[in-house]
Design a protein around this ligand. Structure first.
Ligand SMILES: Cc1cc2nc3c(=O)[nH]c(=O)nc-3n(C[C@H](O)[C@H](O)[C@H](O)COP(=O)(O)O)c2cc1C
Length: 578
C-alpha cells in the first residue's frame, strides 16, 4: 500500500507593503481554492486586497470577507489606531464582507462608510442602526483626505455587481478597481512585473466574472479611461503597474470578442442567497468556453424593457430561479411572462435553479416552457441548496451541451427560412407576433351583464391612467363605445382557464357568469374573482380606423386581485385573425 504524501499548504496570512504615497496594501492571502465557485477552480489560491490611505484623514478601502476577518483586523491594528479611522470605502457590498465590516465598526464606530447608492440601500437594510454613518456617493463626487489625496468616485454598475464603484486617488494615481483587472492567484509578488505569466489567470478571471457582462464592462472602461491612472489596485491578485495599458487593451479585446460571437444566449436568473447565481455562472462558463456570447441578467436588477430587448435579440435563453415559499420570486415570474410573450418558439431554452425541499419554481419554469413548445437544450438542472464542485462541473457541461445544440439547430434552420412562403404570409406572421394581455371586458345594460374576450388592449396614457381597446362592430360592444360608457377590464391570470367562458362577441344568450365567482364594481359592471387584476374604466373617445373602433378609456380605479401570478398572454400564429 502506498501512502500519499500530503503537502501542507502555507497558512493564510496578511501581506503588507507600501504601494504608493501614504498608501499600503493589506493582502489577505489563501494558497488554496477560496470557495467552490467556478472562478476559483484553477486552484491557485487568491488574495483579498484591502488598502489603507493615511493622509490627514484615514481611509480603509475594501476590507476582506469573513474568511479573513480575524487575521485582517489583527494586522490592520498594527498600522492604524482604529479610533482614528475616518472612512471605510466599499467598492461593492456582499453578505460575506459584512462580517468584517461589523468587527471593524465595533472598533471604529466613528467611521463613515462610503459606497454607491445601491450599496448604501443594501447596507441600511442589514445595519439599520448605522444609517447615519453611511454616505452614498455618485460619479464625479470627491472626498478630500488632505495632503493631496482627493478621492474621486466612478459608479460602474454591472449585472453581477449592481452597486459597483471604483475609487481614484489623485495623489498616488492609484485607481482602486475592485472586481476589474484582478486575477485569482496567490504569490509573494505584489506587482505584475511578470505580467506575461499572468495572462492565463487574467483571462480566466475575466471569462468567469466579466464575459457575461461585456457590454457593461465596456461602459465602465470608458468611464475609467478618463482618469489617467498609473496603477490599478484590484480586489484580487497583483497590483497592476507594468501592464496597465496592455491589460486595458486586453479587456477591450475580450469584451469585443464576446460581443462579436455569432450566437448569443440570454441567461436570466434571480438569487436571494447566491446559490442560483453560482449555478448561473457555471452554466455561463460552459457557454462562453464554447464560443457563445452570454448576456447575464439578474432579473432583480434589470428593467423589464431591457429583458424584452435581450430576449428578442438572443438565439437561446436559459432561466433559473430559487424556490421561496413554494414560488418563484416575482421578478422571475415577470421575466417568464416576457419570455413567453416575446421569445420565438424556435429559440432553444434551458431551466435551472437551486431549491431546498420541493423546488416548485423550477417545475413551474420547466412546465411553462415545455407547454409553450420550447425545446430544452439540456436536462433541467435542480441543485439542492449550494452546488458542490461536481454539480458545478455538470452545470458547465450543460452549458457546453446547450452551446453545441444551439449551433447545430441554427445551421439546420437558416436555409429553411430562406425558402419561405409568399411575402403576404410573412407579413401576417410578423404582425401576428404582436401580443396582448388576455382580458375580459364586462359591461352592464340595466340588469343584464355582458363579457367580451379581448387581447387588443394596451395602456395608452400615464396621466390620467388610460387604456386603449380595439373592437369590431361584430363584437356587439355597443355598451362600451360612447363617451361616458362604463366597463370593467378584467386582466386574466396565466394558468386559470377563465377564457373558456367567453368569446370575442358579447352574446345575450348563455350567461357566461353563471359558473364564475364575481363581485360588482362601483361602476356596476362585474369583476371576475379569478382575474389577476381589474380596472374600472370610463370611455372618453372613440376613433374609427379600418375595420375597428379604437376606444380610449380613463381608468377610474383598479386593484390587484392576487399578489402572485402573471398576466395571461394571447399568442397568435397570424396577424389576419385572433
Ligand atoms: C425564506 C425561504 C423560503 C424557502 N422556501 C422554499 C420552498 O418553498 N421550497 C424549496 O424547495 N426551498 C425553499 N427554500 C430553500 C431555497 O430554495 C434554497 O435555500 C435555495 O438555495 C435558495 O436559492 P438562492 O441562494 O439562489 O436564493 C426557502 C428558503 C428560504 C430562505
Amino acid at each position: 500500500m502506498s501512502i500519499a504524501t500530503i503537502t501542507p499548504s502555507r497558512p493564510r496570512d496578511v501581506q503588507v507593503a507600501e504601494i504608493g504615497q501614504d498608501t499600503i496594501i493589506l493582502r489577505s492571502r489563501t494558497w488554496d481554492r477560496l470557495k467552490f465557485e467556478v472562478e476559483y477552480s484553477r486552484q491557485k489560491g487568491t488574495t483579498a486586497n484591502s488598502y489603507l490611505i493615511q493622509a490627514d484623514k484615514k481611509a480603509v478601502i475594501d476590507p476582506p470577507g469573513e474568511s479573513f476577518t480575524e487575521i485582517y483586523i489583527q494586522e490592520l491594528t498594527q498600522h492604524l489606531d482604529l479610533a482614528t479611522l475616518d472612512y471605510i470605502i466599499l467598492n461593492h457590498v456582499n453578505p460575506n464582507r459584512r462580517t468584517t465590516l461589523k468587527v471593524l465598526l465595533s472598533h471604529a464606530p466613528q467611521a463613515t462608510i462610503i459606497c454607491s447608492r445601491p450599496a448604501a440601500n443594501a447596507l441600511k437594510s442589514t445595519f439599520p442602526e448605522l444609517e447615519s454613518h453611511i454616505q452614498a456617493v455618485r460619479s464625479e463626487d470627491t472626498l478630500d483626505l488632505g495632503q493631496g489625496h482627493v478621492l474621486s468616485f466612478v459608479t460602474v454598475p454591472t449585472p453581477r455587481w449592481a452597486d459597483g464603484l471604483c475609487t481614484y486617488d489623485s495623489a498616488s494615481k492609484i485607481l482602486y478597481t475592485d472586481k476589474f483587472f484582478g486575477a485569482h492567484i496567490c504569490e509573494d509578488k505584489l506587482f505584475d512585473e511578470d505580467w506575461k505569466k499572468l495572462d492565463a489567470e487574467r483571462r480566466y478571471y475575466f471569462e468567469c466574472l466579466h464575459a457575461p457582462q461585456a457590454k457593461q464592462v465596456e461602459v465602465a472602461l470608458d468611464k475609467l479611461a478618463t482618469l489617467g491612472a498609473r496603477y490599478y489596485a484590484p480586489a484580487h491578485g497583483p497590483v497592476v503597474r507594468y501592464s496597465l495599458s496592455r491589460f486595458t487593451y486586453d479587456y477591450r479585446q475580450w469584451c469585443q470578442g464576446q460581443k462579436s460571437q455569432e450566437f448569443s444566449v440570454a441567461l436570466l436568473y434571480a438569487s436571494a442567497y447566491g446559490n442560483t447565481a453560482i449555478v448561473a455562472n457555471a452554466i455561463a462558463q460552459g457557454l462562453i468556453q464554447n464560443g457563445i456570447n452570454v448576456e447575464s441578467i439578474d432579473c432583480e436588477l434589470v428593467e423589464t424593457a431591457e429583458i424584452t430587448r435581450i430576449i428578442e435579440a438572443c438565439d437561446g435563453f436559459i432561466i433559473g430561479s430559487p424556490t421561496l415559499g413554494g414560488h418563484a420570486p416575482t421578478q422571475i415570474q415577470t421575466a417568464l411572462g416576457i419570455v413567453l410573450s416575446t421569445a420565438a418558439k424556435t429559440k432553444l431554452a434551458g431551466v435551472f435553479g437551486s431549491y431546498g425541499w420541493s423546488g416548485e419554481a423550477i417545475d413551474l419554469l420547466e412546465s411553462k416552457l415545455t407547454d409553450a413548445n420550447y425545446r430544452l437544450g439540456f436536462e433541467t438542472i435542480r441543485v439542492r441548496f449550494s452546488p458542490t464542485t461536481e454539480t458545478l462541473q455538470q452545470c458547465k457541461d450543460a452549458g457546453a451541451t446547450f452551446a453545441q445544440t444551439l449551433k447545430k439547430t441554427k445551421k439546420l434552420r437558416v436555409p429553411r427560412q430562406a425558402v419561405t412562403e409568399a411575402q403576404v404570409d410573412r407579413t401576417e406572421q410578423a404582425v401576428g407576433r404582436v401580443v396582448g394581455s388576455l382580458c375580459v371586458v364586462t359591461t352592464r345594460d340595466q340588469n343584464s351583464h355582458k363579457g367580451i374576450l379581448t387581447s387588443w388592449v394596451s395602456q395608452a396614457t400615464f396621466n390620467p391612467p388610460g387604456i386603449m381597446i380595439a373592437i369590431s362592430p361584430e363584437q356587439n360592444a355597443d355598451l362600451m363605445r360612447h363617451p361616458g360608457d362604463k366597463f370593467v377590464l378584467n386582466i386574466l391570470k396565466e394558468g386559470r382557464n377563465v377564457r373558456r367562458y367567453f368569446s370575442r362577441q358579447s352574446t345575450s344568450g348563455d350567461n357566461p357568469f353563471a359558473n364564475l365567482s364575481t363581485q360588482t364594481a362601483t361602476n356596476g359592471c362585474l369583476i371576475l374573482d379569478d382575474a389577476l387584476a381589474y380596472l374600472e374604466c370610463t370611455v372618453q373617445n372613440q376613433l374609427e380606423c379600418g375595420d375597428r373602433w379604437l376606444i380610449y378609456a380613463v381608468v377610474d380605479k383598479g386593484e390587484m386581485l392576487t399578489n402572485d401570478g402573471i398576466t395571461a398572454i394571447e399568442h397568435r400564429k397570424s396577424g389576419s385573425f385572433y
